[in-house]
Design a protein around this ligand. Structure first.
Ligand code: ATP
Ligand code: MG
Length: 137
């Protein structure tokens, strides 16, 4: 078993897609270990996306992530990190395959509906950034 960190981003929550995304998560066979609705501050979003701090889209990305409520989740499944990235699809919804969440629920590269950790070390950092150990036990 493996755990990964996921976000239903502010655009998807605002459009009323959270329930449908959760249904897809469950139908795909993930166990939702825990989840919470939060509204990130600008500073919290900057901390979360710290690896992207030098990128030209950093300011827009962190404005967007702090623009409204989102849902943070811990998902568990065999090979969960890759499995969740596959279900999300490509970063740019215009390039995402049919049947992926970003194709169905994303509008653009900066309003792309979901987030997923990309490796075991980032999953560990991101889960620890939002959840206490007790919530993940
Ligand atoms: P995420 O980390 O959100 O799951 P990702 O791993 O597919 O997405 P990253 O390269 O980590 O993609 O980029 C983080 C986020 O920054 C993307 O989800 C996207 O919203 C935004 N982003 C990435 N590249 C661009 C770009 N060229 N222009 C605008 N926004 C971008
Ligand atoms: Mg990423």
């Amino acid at each position: 078993m493996e755990r990964t960190f996921a976000i239903i981003k502010p655009d998807a929550v605002k459009k009323g897609y959270a329930g449908r995304v959760l249904a897809r998560i469950e139908a795909a066979g993930f166990t939702v270990c825990t989840l919470r609705m939060i509204r990130m501050s600008k500073r919290e979003a900057e901390g979360f996306y710290y690896v992207h701090r030098e990128r030209p889209f950093f300011a827009g990305l962190t404005d967007f992530m702090s623009s409204g409520p989102c849902i943070v989740l811990c998902l568990e499944a065999p090979d969960a990190i890759k499995k969740w990235r596959d279900l999300m699809g490509a970063t740019d919804p215009a390039k995402a395959s049919d049947g992926t969440l970003r194709k169905e629920f994303g509008a653009s590269i900066d309003n792309n509906a979901t987030h997923g950790s990309d490796a075991p070390d980032t999953a560990a950092f991101e889960l620890g950034y939002f959840f206490r150990g007790l919530e993940l036990s």
